[in-house]
Design a protein around this ligand. Sequence first.
Ligand SMILES: *Cc1c(COP(=O)(O)O)cnc(C)c1O
Length: 250
Amino acid sequence: MTAAPDDEACVTQCILEARARLEKALQTSKRNADSAQVLAVSKTKPATLVRAAWQSGQRAFGENYLQEALDKQQALSDLTDIEWHFIGPIQSNKTRAIAEHFAWVHTVEREKIARRLSEQRPRELGALDVCLQVNISGEASKAGVAPQELLALAETVMSLPGLRLRGLMAIPAPCAANASETERRAPFRQLRELLEQLQTRFPAASYPQARLDTLSMGMSADLEAAVAEGATLVRLGTAIFGARDYSHVH
Ligand SMILES: *Cc1c(COP(=O)(O)O)cnc(C)c1O
């Protein structure tokens, strides 16, 4: 995979626009300018474009496919402060490589996967930051833990020394074009309320190993609705790197 120089110029411009868009959304919601960050989702995009984004000051990148991510990490191994987030479905035979090569995992949805990630996390890297993926109501895909099973999974993750529970992640079903703002915000509101329940159940004073400060929600199409409900990490792919072409990837 290679990228033409004009693609790189485009990424630089798009990063600036994405930041401005996030800033405006935070302002509209009367939130602090530093209370949410952009996770640049680079799946299917070449390392050259990730490097261009890094040169524009972007540090956190999300990848969905393990082998593709490992190849890019190798190509970009000179960027020592880059931060890789795994945001794709996790098969149990992939947990070791994920535990070894990522700083964050957003898609923990099962106890078995959580236990493997914890056991396989190299101690010298410190705890792996994780979000639990929740299947919030109305979601078309089946990914994520059901809300009524979230507390039990959180309790397990909280007990695993290799993991640090940071919060929740969701991918809501796309809204109808004529959906109201209330309708657009509803799934994000639900995720925020679930995080608030976890914060109440696991207060920082009694659970110093946790840091329940993250709502990984909002993508290129619905950033504003997610930020209005408290998103702290918006996962932007298309808005930064343009439309994806899967034809030569899988
Ligand atoms: C691909 C992907 C994104 C980015 O989606 P865009 O609509 O391109 O911004 C965000 N989150 C997850 C989990 C993804 O797989």
